[in-house]
Design a protein around this ligand. Structure first.
Ligand code: C5P
Length: 225
C-alpha cells in the first residue's frame, strides 16, 4: 500500500515554518500537522492536572490519552484547539506554554506516545508537517524534506511581530532569551534533537521574505510532487 505523500518542514522556533506550511498547504490543497501544538497541548494538560513536568511516565500516559481536537478555521487560516472540551487556542500560543512544551518534549516515552497521533495526520491527498523531528524521526520516508534556519535575532523579531499581531504582550529582550534557551534545549536533548535530516533541503531565510521562501520550495518540489 502506498502511503500519501508528506512534505516535512523542520527548524528552530520563530523561523516561519508554520506560515510556510500554511502557504504550501493552500497551494497544494494538502492537510497540515503543527506537531509543536501537540507538545504544547500536552504541557497545558499536564499543568491543568498539576503534574510535574519531570514525571516522564505520567506525561507519556497523558500523551497517549489526550482528548484533543484540531478544528481548522478556513476563514482565518488558524486552527482552533480543543482540549478536554475546552478551547485552549490562545493559551497554546504563549511563551510560557512553549517553554513547558520543550520541557515535556525531552522525554523519549512522551515522544513515542505522540507518534501514532502524528502518523494519523497522513491522509490523502498529502500532508505538510512542521516541527523539529518531522524529517528525521516521525516521517523519515517523507517525499520532500525542508530544514529552515534564520539568525537568532531575526527569529526573535519575527516571533515578536507575530505575538503582537495576535494581541499577545511580548518583550523583545526576554523573547530573544527564551527562544535561545528553547533552541538550546531542543538541539541538545538526546531524543529526536532538532537537526536537519541528511536528505533535507536547507534554506537560510535570513533577510528573505516568506513569498521568496515559498517560491523556492515550490520550484524545488515541482520535480518530485
Ligand atoms: O513549534 P513550537 O514552537 O510550537 O514547539 C514548541 C516546542 O515543542 C518546541 O520548542 C519543542 O521543544 C517541542 N517540539 C518538539 N518536536 C516537534 C515539535 C515541537 O520537540 N516536532
Amino acid at each position: 500500500m502506498t502511503l500519501p505523500p508528506v512534505i516535512t518542514i523542520d527548524g528552530p522556533s520563530g523561523v516561519g515554518k508554520g506560515t510556510v506550511m500554511l502557504r504550501l498547504a493552500a497551494h497544494l490543497g494538502w492537510h497540515t500537522l503543527d506537531s509543536g501544538a501537540l507538545y504544547r497541548v500536552l504541557a497545558c494538560a499536564a499543568q491543568a492536572r498539576k503534574f510535574s513536568l519531570d514525571d516522564e511516565p505520567a506525561l507519556a500516559e497523558l500523551a497517549l490519552n489526550l482528548d484533543v481536537q484540531f478544528i481548522p478555521d478556513t476563514a482565518s487560516g488558524e486552527t482552533r484547539v480543543i482540549l478536554d472540551g475546552v478551547e485552549v487556542s490562545s493559551q497554546l500560543r504563549t511563551e510560557t506554554t512553549a517553554k513547558a512544551a520543550s520541557q515535556v518534549a525531552v522525554f523519549p516515552a512522551v515522544r513515542t506516545a505522540l507518534l501514532a497521533r502524528q502518523h494519523a495526520f497522513r491522509q490523502v491527498p498529502g500532508l505538510i508537517a512542521d516541527g523539529r523531528d518531522m524529517g528525521t524521526v516521525v516521517f523519515p520516508d517523507a517525499t520532500f524534506k525542508i530544514f529552515m534556519t534564520a539568525s537568532a535575532e531575526e527569529r526573535a523579531q519575527r516571533r515578536y511581530k507575530q505575538l503582537k499581531e495576535k494581541g499577545i504582550d511580548a518583550n523583545i529582550e526576554s523573547l530573544t532569551a527564551e527562544i535561545a534557551q528553547r533552541d538550546q534545549r531542543d538541539s541538545s536533548r538526546s531524543a529526536a534533537p532538532l537537526k536537519a535530516a541528511p536528505d533535507a533541503l536547507v534554506i537560510d531565510t535570513t533577510g528573505i521574505s516568506i513569498e521568496q521562501v515559498v517560491a523556492q520550495i515550490l520550484t524545488a518540489i515541482s520535480a518530485q510532487i
